[in-house]
Design a protein around this ligand. Structure first.
Ligand code: AMP
Ligand code: MG
Length: 415
């Protein structure tokens, strides 16, 4: 009875043959939980900030010199050749800094505090140093004083939740006084390969078996997007084995990705088990390659059933799973981890689209003068993973459109 009710409930929610935009919409209604952990700055590069980070200090902390030279009174240096009496030195880190009075100069280093009384800096290159006096040969510039708080005021939050911790962001966090930062915990994602014909690389192949590649490729994509892949043992085409694997994954992971078994065939058991026992939100996307993915949840955990063809699984991951992972982690779209940048390219040869489907052919993109141009080589089969290595982009040809030689189209430049 429970099963019947469940099927009835979910059949109403399942959409078939959706556009990529709709697939993204549906998937983003069901994100992974965003969790946090605190890390020492040294290990936080490439992570995503969990919460806004406030500065614990002003930056600069005190007025200081932007140049090696002389701290002076601007009014004393109106004429070139002025001679000033040297009253001492202000070094970076100095705690005792002399006062600068009328007709006086204090030797000063970059980053050193500005002596009281001084309001401008003369560069060392614009001076001649005598024993206890200095001749000023160039302008005294107030602009060479870096003012307290001109970069950042204590309490401001220049790093925001979702920011990607680039090397510069790490440097900024340290400048603000943080030894540790709160980052988004890397989601743990089960990667399950399904198919009787699959043998792990490195093991002997029996007749008609092939080396399994998708769980390696998908795990690598998960890592690149900032997740932790949990690659499981390969699953034979057996519903019971698959159920056990999915149950185990749902208990230990934040999401599940399967590869293979989502088409119309008799042995497409991922689709079967999802339809019969899972919660399916959509099945099939109007795109080529990568038409048959299924999405929903298993025991409350989001699950993507990716197609078995290696190109298809990579393409679907790139355009669907990767943006979904970014959304789940709350990462800044412009700077966060991603697999591709959207660009406009000029085709150097005609490109054929697909009836009713977004067509993502493998293309090679390169800069020529002011434009990005693209070309294809043959071998576009969705089973040919070499085509993803030999090319560096994907066309985004809208359904039912072709592109002439010299025409421009949107494309994804893979990174
Ligand atoms: P399926 O989606 O299970 O019908 O598989 C479609 C095609 O992809 C078949 O040619 C499979 O042999 C191949 N395939 C399925 N899973 C994998 C995998 N994990 N690694 C490499 N090829 C696969
Ligand atoms: Mg199969």
């Amino acid at each position: 009875m429970g099963r019947t009710l469940q099927l009835h409930r979910f059949s109403g929610l399942m959409e078939k043959g959706v556009s990529l935009e709709r697939a993204l919409d549906i998937a983003t209604q069901f994100l992974m939980e965003r969790k946090q952990e605190t890390l020492p700055l040294d290990t936080a590069t490439g992570r995503i900030l969990f919460a806004d980070l406030r500065s614990l200090v002003d930056d600069p902390r005190f007025d200081n010199s932007a140049m090696d030279g002389w701290a002076v009174r601007e009014a004393d240096c109106q004429e070139l050749g002025t001679v000033l009496r040297i009253v001492g030195t202000s070094q970076a880190g100095s705690t005792e800094v002399p006062l600068v009075g009328e007709g006086e100069a204090c030797s000063i280093m970059t980053g050193a505090p500005i002596p009281e009384g001084a309001d401008a800096i003369v560069m060392v290159e614009d001076s001649t140093n005598h024993d206890d006096s200095v001749t000023i040969n160039g302008p005294a510039r107030p602009g060479f004083i870096r003012k307290r708080g001109e970069n950042l005021v204590e309490g401001k939050r220049p790093l925001k939740s979702g920011n990607f911790l680039t090397p510069s962001a790490i440097s900024l966090a340290a400048t603000m006084g943080h030894a540790r930062v709160s980052v988004v915990r890397q989601p743990s994602i089960a990667v399950i390969g399904v198919g009787d014909e699959l043998t792990p690389p490195g093991e002997p192949l029996s007749e008609n078996s092939i080396y399994e590649s998708n769980t390696f490729g998908i795990s690598s994509l998960v890592k690149k997007m900032g997740g932790v892949p949990r690659r499981s043992e390969l699953i034979r085409d057996s519903i019971d084995d698959l159920r056990e694997a999915l149950d185990g994954a749902a208990e230990s992971c934040d999401a599940i990705i399967t590869s293979g078994g989502v088409s119309m065939g008799k042995w497409d058991i991922v689709r079967q088990i999802m339809e019969e026992e899972g919660d399916v939100r959509f099945w099939r996307i109007m795109m080529r390659p990568g038409g048959p993915p299924i999405f929903g949840s298993w025991k409350g955990i989001p699950i993507f059933g990716l197609p078995g063809n290696p190109v298809s699984s990579h393409v679907v991951f790139t355009v669907l799973v990767a943006p979904w992972m970014s959304k789940s982690m709350g990462s800044d779209e412009a700077y966060g981890p991603r697999l591709a940048n959207r660009v406009r390219v000029t085709m150097q040869e005609p490109l054929k689209g697909a009836p009713g489907k977004l067509c993502m052919r493998r293309i090679s993109i390169r800069q020529e003068g002011d434009t990005l141009v693209a070309s294809t080589s043959t071998h576009q089969g969705s089973g040919n993973i070499h085509s993803m290595v030999a090319h560096n982009g994907l066309s985004l040809l809208p359904p039912d459109t072709n592109c002439e030689k010299g025409g421009t189209i949107d494309a994804l430049w893979l990174c």
